[in-house]
Design a protein around this ligand. Sequence first.
Ligand code: NAD
Length: 255
Amino acid sequence: KRVENKTALITGSANGIGKAVALLLAKQGATVAITDVDDEAGNRLAEEIVAAGNVAKFWHLDTADEDNVKHVFADVKREFGAIDILVNNAGIAGVNKPTHEILKEEWEHLMNINVTGVFLCTKHVIPQMMEVSAGSIVNLSSIYGLVGGADLPPYHASKGAVRLMSKNDALTYAKNNIRVNSVHPGFIWTPLVESLANESPIGPEAFKKHLDSLHPMGHGGDPDDVAYGVLYLASDESKFVTGSELVIDGGYTAR
Ligand code: NAD
């Protein structure tokens, strides 16, 4: 098993990509702390993992709330031991309007979750990782942390920030043997993209076809495509990899 005897905390892991990551890390031997604001789906996933004979527990965690982060991270350490793997996955798409129409509150709401949430979870896991001089932090950026797009301005800005936060922390904590890498998926069919499709003026079916056509491979990806990349970065197989960008995008950014 590829992450045996490791404790992993995954934010936003009740649904979508985070859920696929939690299932795969648990299957590969990790003890998994599932955290999300969606308590029902989070508890259900923890039960599913335990029923399959692996170890998991759900914690309610809003990544934008520092008090909540601090307490949950301490609690996970008490219950499961120091966190070896942190996957900063929680994120929202936010408003889809041009910059000149966005309210400051809308901008700040997204930044609080997509950027400050990553900062807070990193801040509170680093002391645990420093104690054992080891750790792997995997941050979910996006293709839109690498290239622009003429929509979702706050989202794209937030993913650019996450890319550079990963490199900065990779440099700061390299001497502590704490690795920090970012993952850059193309479009993955999850509740997040489904809600974009449902809001689309061209309708969900045409929207999905359009998204598929954006990728040189002719289709978007599955949550598992991303989970396998996260597993590699989380495991000791990537022990010399830090500050890197793992693109999982069907060729989207190769042009
Ligand atoms: P999703 O909406 O399907 O799932 C996100 C999960 O995060 C949900 O369970 C939600 O309840 C949770 N969440 C939302 N706000 C939270 C908060 N404040 N604290 C804790 N949990 C919170 O999204 P997804 O598509 O699985 O995306 C996961 C990550 O991958 C995000 O960071 C997203 O930006 C990134 N990403 C997604 C795609 C894609 O196409 N789906 C592409 C590139 C990057």
